[in-house]
Design a protein around this ligand. Sequence first.
Ligand code: GLY
Length: 587
Amino acid sequence: MLKKLVILLILAGCAHSQNTLETQVILADPGAGQTREAHEAKGQKYMITTQGVYSSKAAKKMFDMGGSIADAAAAASFVLAVERPQSTGIGGGGFLMYYDAKKNKGSNPWAYDFREKAPINAKQDMFLDKDGKVMAKKSIDGIYAAGVPGMVAGIVDFHHRFGKLPLNTVMAPAIELANKGFKVYPELAKALEFRAPILGRFSASKKIFFNKKGEYLKEGDLLIQKDLATTLSKIAKYGANGFYKGDVANKIIAENQRLGGLLTKEDLQKYNVVVRRPVSSTYKDYEVFSMSPPSSGGVHVVEILNIIEKDNLKEYGPHHPKTIHLVSSAMQASFVDRARYMGDADFVEVPVMGLTSKKYAKDVRYTIPESRALNKMWAGNLDPFLYQKLSVKNEHDETTHFSIMDGEGNVVASTQTINGLFGSGVVVPGTGIVLNNEMDDFSAKAGVQNLFGAVGSDKNLVEPEKRPLSSMSPTIVFKKGEPLLALGTPNGTRILTCTALTILNFIEHELPLYESVNAVRYHHQWQPDEILVEKKGLPEKTVKSLMRMEHQLKFEDYGCRIQAVAKNGETLHGVSDIRGRGYAVGK
Ligand code: GLY
């Protein structure tokens, strides 16, 4: 069975290689209980890929009831909030790229930003002790880690503008699932085990995620979220006011005050969704649109693609040492820029145009040796501000992503999160809301690493109402003005490299979508100075070639779960990453 999954694709370009072994495409192993049948689908009317079975089914139900892609996306979002409480939820936030085939025709998709914000009372040094040292746990565990949630505002606003069905119809599957419950699946069980020490500290969290004997829930146990069902019903009835005002808001603030958190009523009332211009660029004949700041994702997906665009990697294939060397070096260079320049562009100047310009990419590429790893001390010396043509202001398996396309050419790609597994671990009593720990995505101090090992500069320091830097990269690729591919993934800083690799697999190496999503991945984020390769590994000869180039390699499974939908003529093709829970369904 496993052997069957190791598909050896001898690519057209292998004639250029002396060694066919180096041109193999190695596929990742399926996650526990995952089958290709559930993870791949074809259709013409619509196609949905999410990290949940109930969420994909809810989105399908909306289409089948005559709903729009916005109804399907809103239904999937709220069901994911129930089905994946470890990854996302109404206590979190996210981004959503929307291409409306009629309204956006000939122009950019919209980039919805409903990222959490720092509370008004947040202070730059709030995660430092009196000696100026970072108190790492404080931005990860407990109430202090929580930013102002944005998910409800974002999804309700999006649905209000583009949905056809009433909000209570769209939210019904989520309310039903929260009330009835579902069996804890392996990924959720693992997350519960990992975060039990934190969840166990808060009685409201224990009430949901632990049994009567005081043990955290295990695989196969029933997870019922009655309080969450009640909160969702209030949102279904009152819209965003059901969350940001009234009884639910009062409960959020009361628990904050009890635990010494910073959130106030004013924070909830002032929360605003922003519709931004996405980051955009071309890659050969394709146009790429991805999330703009406060995400770093779009900028660096584009930067990585730009740096290697002229290298004609198709000649070598996706797992050839030359490809891995050049792409991982481009990743490394991009992460240097991430650490130096990225933050919330509403607060600090971010050189988006410079970092995504072809000229900048060409000059960065020039500094990458052909067959030797970048010097360990390499940190680049180009100034992206000099490449700005114009000033563009405003413009562990955590998190979740879904992609949807319909037969009319509409597209949604959305990544949503509460940051770490079960966010802050705090459930607001009586509401079922798991509060995020998105404050950890700020830099507690310039140069210090966060949960995902990401280094940030003073551009990403905490400021009241600022949005923490993200890596989430919901992305839509177009060919000749028509949507071709929608994709995204969870997993912190790895999001942007997993997204870039999948795009490369699909459009540069011309792999089928299933192989594009499931090919073994690698990641370089500058610090640590190593290429992280999925445990499944690469052929020994490839590893040796890379080591001869002085690359350090580390083998570890690192949790991206790409959810992708592609369009080929009239056919919509969905693939949900085989590495974990997910479901592709279409018609
Ligand atoms: N919280 C993960 C991210 O926004 O990148």
